[in-house]
Design a protein around this ligand. Structure first.
Ligand code: ADP
Ligand code: MG
Length: 303
């Protein structure tokens, strides 16, 4: 397993992470979430051995992950890392990039493996295309396939679907995460996109104020968010009577002690998000139909 013990790290004089402790079992999908600048990318780079820790230890099974001071070549065979800025070779084709680290001694295996990976990232028709001719999202998919080529035991993904358009994102996500489960590859995904997390992550680590602010199963954090930061990750929410109440947990009723005045209604597809004022504060709730500005309505919390 991955074992992080009392990790501390600063860039020169800027402290970024302090006293991190966590374990990750083989085959487990972990989402690292947190605001921009909270240290998600830095954590992945440290796990990959790109920098030296100020103190603490990182182990994968019995191997200690060491930074450049102690390890001449960054990286380990059992671990792959796909950076936010994917470092591909622009002047060779997609399939050559993916096959870069696959042995030429077994040409048939190499061919089959490359075809399988092209299928996973949905780039089969671009196999012969030079990488420099691809869009940002297509390059991101090549980088993913290349990282998977040698079936690592652990995969570090930094905002893996950020450049991919919405038409392909959902199916690609399902394909990639299912593939990782199938091959029992542990994966850490740094993201601020809840779609990368819900339905896929086995556990979530929330970074805030340089440390782990919360950690747990998505369902548990969702039901009991404990902080506004965690609640906000799951969607629109309110703080009512010292509780975090998601917008969809407020229902309109004939009479209640939550009397609000409608300010705005936003079309969201299957519902309208209604903005209303309640005791001079703004609250949000979901409703099946549009409500009119100025309407007085009553709400009830349904959990
Ligand atoms: P995230 O990925 O969560 O957005 P980062 O890990 O990229 O956060 O950054 C964490 C903090 O470290 C930020 O304050 C950022 O400005 C700083 N930082 C990131 N990379 C460097 C670097 N190479 N040198 C100095 N500071 C950095
Ligand atoms: Mg980042």
């Amino acid at each position: 397993m991955l074992n992080v013990k009392n990790l501390h790290f600063a860039y020169q004089k800027t402290p970024v992470l302090r006293a991190l402790n966590f374990n990750i079992q083989p085959g487990i999908n972990t989402a690292i979430i947190g605001e921009s600048g909270s240290g998600k990318s830095t954590l992945l780079k440290l796990l990959y051995g790109e920098y030296d820790l100020d103190s603490g230890h990182i182990f994968w099974k019995d191997t200690e992950i060491l930074g450049p001071k102690h390890n001449l070549i960054v990286g380990y065979d059992f671990m792959k890392y796909v950076a936010q800025e994917f470092n591909l070779m622009p002047f060779i084709s997609v399939e050559e990039n993916i096959g870069k680290h696959l042995s030429n001694f077994f040409p048939n295996e190499k061919k089959d493996r490359t075809a399988e990976l092209l299928e996973v990232v949905q780039l089969t028709e671009f196999a012969k295309t030079k990488v420099k001719l691809l869009s940002g999202g297509q390059k991101q998919r090549v980088a993913l396939a290349r990282a998977l080529a040698q079936t690592p035991e652990i995969l570090l993904l930094d905002e893996p679907f950020s450049h991919i358009d919405n038409f392909q994102k959902q199916t690609l996500r399902r394909r990639v995460f299912n593939y990782l489960k199938e091959k029992n590859i542990a994966c850490l995904v740094a993201t601020h996109d809840q779609e990368d997390v819900l339905g896929f992550a086995d556990q979530i680590i929330v970074l805030n104020n340089q440390t782990i602010a919360a950690q747990g199963k998505p369902e548990d954090l969702y039901k009991n968010p404990e902080s506004a930061l965690v609640a906000a990750f799951f969607g629109e929410f309110n703080q009512i009577k010292n509780q975090f109440i998601y917008a969809h947990q407020l229902k309109m009723v004939n009479k209640s002690d939550i009397k609000v005045m409608v300010k705005n209604a936003y079309f969201k597809g299957s519902f309208f998000l209604i903005e209303a004022s309640f005791n001079s504060k703004t609250i949000v709730f979901e409703h099946a139909s549009k409500l009119t500005k100025g309407d007085i309505v009553y709400l009830e919390i349904s959990k």
